[in-house]
Write a protein that binds this ligand. Structure first.
Ligand code: PXP
Length: 251
């Protein structure tokens, strides 16, 4: 049986980061979202952080209104974000851990320690018609915990794998990729849809596309960085090609 098509979610947070560096209205993340869709993105991801360092409330509302593809609303599991998500009604919400001092989402959600808080939280989002995913470490325990919380989807954190490759630590990278491979298989085995993301580039996206249980990648920083050199549309088209090449070998 051939692997299902691999969807690409484009994270446009860092268009807002550049805008906010000057405090004006440009570059507009909504324009980037529309351009990403035109270039082949299957959905748009945006993270409304507590400190609003990139995406702001009004961006999220405009993205929801103006794009024709699914919006994946990344958020911390707080009452304020729950309220905004239920009002925004995105297609999906991805729950992530958030620390004020971090530069980006470090590590996965604590789905074991946070179980009792997350069960009613996930339930409220689901009752609001929102598909919930939990951003977690690629470990069997975390995947099993996510299922026991009632999440239909997990997003496996690929940051440790990508970071090891960046440092040239190939043995560690192999071990990290092994955890992702085993994790994706576990998710499929227990009926949880599997996504992945964080730190992916053309090469890592091509490689991870070979795991047939993974059905969606969420990619931001690399694509926005590439856009400086080759344009956003071209960066996304090249990413799509890399993913399709990798998918041919899925199995
Ligand atoms: N998925 C999640 C849950 C994230 O928090 C992020 C970073 O915001 C990404 C994917 C995208 O990571 P990157 O920007 O490194 O591609």
């Amino acid at each position: 049986m051939s692997a299902p098509r691999l969807r690409l979610g484009v994270n446009i947070d860092h268009v807002a980061t550049v805008r906010n560096a000057r405090g004006g209205a440009l570059p507009d993340p909504v324009r980037a979202a529309l351009m990403a869709i035109e270039a082949g993105a299957d959905g748009i991801t945006a993270h409304l952080r507590e400190d609003r360092r990139h995406i702001r409330d009004d961006d999220m509302a405009r993205i929801r209104r103006e794009i024709s593809k699914p919006l994946n609303f990344e958020m911390a599991a707080t009452d304020q974000m729950l309220d905004i998500a239920l009002r925004t009604r995105p297609h999906a919400a991805c729950l992530v851990p958030e620390k004020r001092t971090e530069r980006t989402t470090e590590g996965g959600l604590d789905v074991i320690g946070g179980h009792d808080h997350l069960v009613p939280f996930v339930d409220e989002l689901k009752r609001g018609g929102i598909r919930v995913s939990l951003f977690i470490e690629p470990s069997i325990d975390a995947i099993d915990a996510a299922r026991s919380i009632g999440a239909p989807v997990v997003e496996l954190h690929t940051g440790a794998w990508c970071h090891a490759l960046e440092l040239g630590e190939l043995d560690r990278a192999d071990r990290e990729f092994g955890r992702i491979r085993v994790g994706a298989a576990r998710a499929a085995q227990i009926g949880v849809e599997c996504h992945a993301g964080h730190g992916l580039d053309f090469d890592t996206a091509r490689k991870i596309a070979g795991l047939p249980q993974i059905v969606e990648l969420n990619i931001g920083h690399f694509l926005i960085g590439e856009a400086i050199f080759i344009g956003l549309g071209e960066a996304i088209r090249k990413m799509r090609v890399a993913m399709d090449e990798g998918r041919v070998h899925a199995g």
